[in-house]
Write a protein that binds this ligand. Structure first.
Ligand SMILES: [Zn+2]
Length: 733
C-alpha cells in the first residue's frame, strides 16, 4: 500500500458495509417469498376488447381509436379490509374511496404470494410464481419472461416506474420494458439494516413521478407504475402525520399514502389527463396485524395477507360505482389493463381479463392459487399452498385446513376433518394445478457444476438441502402453524437488537438456534448479532450452521466471508465471497466485500474488477466508488482514482473518509494545496479522528508550516495515545 510521506497510513479501506442481513432484499428479517393453462380455458381477449372500446366511446370520454394513459398504483402491504370503500369504519382513505365511487371495486382479489418481489413479479407478468420463477425476495426475474411493461412499450406507450423499496430495485429484473425505472436507493446509508427494509418515503416517490409527468414531452400515451412502500415497516411517517392516529400506526401510514395518491391524481387532473387515464390501484399483499398470530406477512397464506384491494377507474368515469363480487386475482390485472387500453395482451398467461366483469357480465368462476415458500426456506418448516374458490379456502400444510368463507370469512374454524370429501376435492384441484405449472415451468437453474465443485471442496454438501427447488407436495416438516409463536419470538429478538439490546437478542437467538439448528434465518441473525458485538469467531460458527442447513445460500457465504476477513483470514474470506457472487451474481455488496478482501491481499487489479462488477449492478454503491478510488490511487492511477473518489463524494458529501482519500490522492499527485483543503474538510466532518490530525500534521510539515504541524500531531496523540505516526513525527520534530 502506498503511504503518505512514507510515514502514515492512507485512508483505511471501508471494511464495514456492515453485514447485510439479507442479500439484497431477501427477507431474512422479520418482514419477509410455469407454464400452465387455466382449467377453464383461455381468456377471450378479442371480444372483450371490442365490447369495452364500444362501451368507452359510448360514454363519450374518448375519441374512438385514441388510447388511454394507464396509471397502475401498488400500495405495498395494504389489507383490503382497512380501506373505507371496503367497509373499514375507522379508515381515513378519502382518495381511494373516491376512486371506488368513480370507478369499479373488486371485492375479493387474491394475491398469489404474500411477499413483495414475487407478488409484484406476478402483477407485472400476470403469471403465478412457479411460472415466472421468482419465489422469494432477492431472486431475479428471468430475462425471457414477458412483462406487462414490454407489452405497453411494444404498443407504442411511454413506460415509467417509480418504486419505493429496494426489494423492487432494477437489479431484480422488473425494470424490463420500462423507459424509466426509478429505483433510487443508497444501500450504504442503511448499513446493518435488513435490505428488505431499505426504502424511500412515499412523498419522494410521488414527487419524482410528478416531476416526470411535468417534464415528459412524448405525445404517446403513458403506462406509469407507482409503488408506495410506507405501509410496510419500518414506518417512516412524517412528523406532521404522526400525532393524527395515536396507537394506529398502520391506519396512519395508509392515510398518508392515500393523501399522496390524492396529490398525484390532482396533478393528473391539473394537466387535463384525468379523463383519458385508466387508474388502477391495488396491493401486493396484506398484513397479518395479529390475525392467526401473524404480525406481518409471508409466513401464512390466510386472507389477512392474501386478500388485496383492486380499484379501477375507467377513462371518463365509465361504470362508476360498480362493485364486482366474483373472485379475482392479482394475475388478472395485467390482461384487464391490456383489454381496457386496447393493447393486445400476451397469450398463455395465468391471469385473464376482467373487462367482462367490469361491463356487468360475470365470468365463469376460476379458483385462486396462493403459495408461500418463506417458512420452508427461512424457518425449517413446510411451505404452504392454498386454493380458494368463491366460498372456500383449502390450505395444503402438514395439517391441511379448510374454511367455509360464507360462514367464516376470517378463516378461523378449520373444517378439514369434518368435510373430508370437500378437502380432498380441493386438494385434487390444487395438486393438478401445481403439477401443470411445474411441468411447464423451466426447472430452476441448478447450481453450475463449477460452483457445486467449489462448494464440495469447501466441505459443503451442495444440493443436499437445496432451497432452490420447487417443493410440491410439501415435504414432511414442521407445520408453520406450530412455528408461528417461535417466529414471533424471533421477530421480537430482532426488534430488541434494533433497539440496541444486542447482547440480550443474541442470547435469545442462540437459545432458539439450539432448539433447531436448521432454522436458517435464526442462525443468520445470531451471526449478524455476534458481528455487531465484534465476536467474529462466534459469528462464523453461526453462519457455518446456517450453511449446513442451506449450502447454496449466497447470504450465508457472504456473511461468513465478512467475519473471516475480520478475523484476518482473507484467503478463506475470498473463497466464501467468491461463492456468494457465483451463487448470486446480482449481489452487489458481495462483489464490493470481495474487492475489499482482494485489496487487503494486495490484489489491486482483481479488487478493481470486483468493484467494477458491484458498480455495474449498483451505481450508487458508495463503498465501491470510495475503495476503487483508493485502490487505483495505490496502483498509481491518480486520474481514475480522483474520478472515483469524486463520485463517492457526490453520493456522500459529508463523509470524512472520502475527503481524506481525496486529500491523499491529491498529495500523491503532487497537489499539496488541494490535499490540505481536503484534509481540512475531512477534519471538519470528523474532528475527533486521530489519523486525520496526524495526516494533516504531515501535510503542514511538508509545506513548512511547522507550528501547525506540531499542533496537529499533539491533537492526534491526545485523541489516540497509541497513534505511532504522530508519536514518531513529534519525536522527529
Ligand atoms: Zn410487499
Amino acid at each position: 500500500m502506498a503511504r503518505l510521506n512514507g510515514q502514515c497510513n492512507p485512508p483505511k479501506f471501508q471494511t464495514d458495509p456492515l453485514p447485510a442481513v439479507a442479500p439484497d432484499g431477501a427477507p431474512a428479517g422479520p418482514r419477509a417469498g410455469r407454464f400452465f393453462c387455466y382449467p377453464l380455458g383461455m381468456p377471450r381477449f378479442v371480444p372483450v376488447l371490442m365490447v369495452l372500446l364500444g362501451a368507452l366511446s359510448g360514454f363519450g370520454a374518448e375519441a374512438a381509436g385514441s388510447r388511454p394513459n394507464v396509471l397502475l398504483i401498488s400500495i405495498d402491504t395494504l389489507r383490503a379490509d382497512r380501506v373505507g370503500a371496503y367497509g373499514y369504519r375507522r379508515a381515513a382513505t378519502p382518495n381511494l374511496d373516491r376512486l371506488a365511487r368513480e370507478g369499479v371495486l373488486f371485492e375479493r382479489v387474491i394475491t398469489p404470494v404474500p411477499l413483495t418481489l414475487p407478488a409484484h413479479a406476478s402483477l407485472l407478468t400476470s403469471l403465478y410464481p412457479p411460472r415466472h420463477g421468482v419465489r422469494d425476495n432477492g431472486e431475479v426475474l428471468g430475462g425471457s419472461v414477458p412483462t406487462l411493461a414490454e407489452q405497453f412499450h411494444g404498443a407504442g406507450y411511454e413506460t415509467a416506474a417509480f418504486v419505493g423499496a429496494f426489494v423492487l430495485d432494477r437489479r431484480f429484473g422488473l425494470g424490463r420494458g420500462f423507459d424509466v425505472y426509478w429505483s433510487d436507493f443508497r444501500l450504504h446509508q442503511f448499513a446493518g439494516a435488513d435490505p428488505g427494509e431499505v426504502q424511500v418515503r412515499g412523498d419522494r416517490v410521488e414527487a419524482a413521478a410528478e416531476q416526470w409527468l411535468r417534464k415528459r414531452k412524448s405525445a404517446a400515451p403513458f403506462f406509469l407504475f407507482l409503488h408506495f412502500f410506507d405501509l410496510h415497516g419500518p414506518y417512516l411517517l412524517p412528523a406532521a402525520w404522526r400525532g393524527k392516529f395515536p396507537g394506529r400506526v398502520y391506519d396512519g401510514e395508509l392515510a398518508y399514502v392515500d393523501d399522496l395518491i390524492g396529490r398525484f391524481l390532482a396533478a393528473l387532473a391539473g394537466r387535463g389527463l384525468a379523463n383519458n387515464t385508466l387508474v388502477v390501484a391495488t396491493s401486493d399483499h396484506g398484513e397479518g396485524l395479529g390475525d392467526h398470530g401473524e404480525r406481518n406477512h409471508g409466513f401464512f397464506v390466510y386472507l389477512s395477507t392474501t386478500r388485496v384491494p383492486l380499484l379501477v377507474r375507467l377513462p371518463g368515469g365509465a361504470r362508476a360505482g360498480t362493485r364486482v363480487r366474483g373472485l379475482a386475482r392479482l394475475v388478472d390485472i395485467g390482461p384487464t389493463i391490456c383489454a381496457l387500453a386496447g393493447v393486445p395482451p400476451k397469450t398463455g398467461l395465468d391471469g385473464r381479463s376482467l373487462a367482462d366483469e367490469i361491463a356487468g357480465r360475470p365470468l365463469a368462476a376460476v379458483p385462486a392459487y396462493s403459495e408461500t415458500l418463506y417458512p420452508f426456506r427461512h424457518f425449517h418448516s413446510s411451505p404452504l399452498y392454498a386454493l380458494r374458490d368463491q366460498s372456500r379456502t383449502y390450505i395444503q400444510a402438514p395439517r391441511p385446513e379448510l374454511y367455509d368463507l360464507a360462514q367464516d370469512p376470517g378463516e378461523t374454524r378449520d373444517r378439514a376433518a369434518e368435510q373430508n370429501a370437500v378437502a380432498a376435492s380441493l386438494r385434487g384441484q390444487l395438486t393438478k394445478l401445481v403439477a401443470a405449472m411445474q411441468q411447464a415451468a423451466r426447472p430452476p437453474a441448478p447450481v453450475a457444476a463449477q460452483v457445486a465443485q467449489q462448494l464440495r471442496s469447501l466441505g459443503y454438501a451442495a444440493g443436499a438441502s437445496s432451497m432452490r427447488g420447487v417443493v410440491f407436495p410439501p415435504p414432511a416438516g414442521a407445520d408453520p402453524k406450530d412455528r408461528i409463536a417461535l417466529y414471533t419470538r424471533f421477530q421480537d429478538a430482532l426488534e430488541q437488537q434494533q433497539q440496541g439490546a444486542v447482547a440480550a437478542a443474541v442470547a435469545e437467538l442462540e437459545q432458539m438456534a439450539a432448539t433447531d439448528p436448521a432454522l436458517f434465518s435464526v442462525q443468520i441473525e445470531a451471526g449478524v448479532a455476534w458481528q455487531r458485538l465484534g465476536q467474529h469467531q462466534r459469528a462464523a460458527d453461526r453462519f457455518r450452521a446456517a450453511l449446513a442447513a442451506s449450502p447454496e445460500s449466497a447470504l450465508g457465504h457472504y456473511n461468513l466471508g465478512i467475519s473471516l476477513s475480520k478475523l484476518g483470514r482473507n484467503e478463506e474470506a475470498d473463497r466464501e465471497l467468491n461463492l456468494a457472487v457465483a451463487l448470486d451474481p446480482s449481489f452487489s455488496r458481495a462483489h464490493t466485500a470481495r474487492g475489499l478482501v482482494q485489496a487487503q491481499m494486495g490484489q489491486g487489479p482483481a479488487a478493481v474488477a470486483s468493484f467494477d462488477r458491484a458498480l455495474a449492478i449498483d451505481p450508487n454503491d458508495f463503498e465501491a466508488w470510495l475503495n476503487r478510488g483508493a485502490v487505483r490511487g495505490n496502483m498509481g492511477e491518480w486520474q481514475k482514482a480522483r474520478q472515483d473518489l469524486e463520485r463517492a463524494a457526490a453520493l456522500e458529501p459529508d463523509n470524512a473518509d472520502v475527503h481524506q482519500a481525496l486529500g491523499t490522492q491529491a498529495f500523491l499527485a503532487g497537489d499539496t494545496g488541494r490535499a490540505l483543503r481536503e484534509y481540512s474538510l475531512a477534519l471538519k466532518l470528523a474532528p475527533r479522528s486521530s489519523s486525520i490530525h496526524s495526516n494533516l500534521g504531515l501535510l503542514y510539515r511538508k509545506s513548512g508550516r511547522h507550528a501547525e504541524a506540531e499542533a496537529e500531531f499533539r491533537k492526534a496523540l491526545e485523541l489516540d495515545p497509541g497513534n505511532q505516526e504522530a508519536a514518531q513525527a513529534l519525536r522527529a520534530h
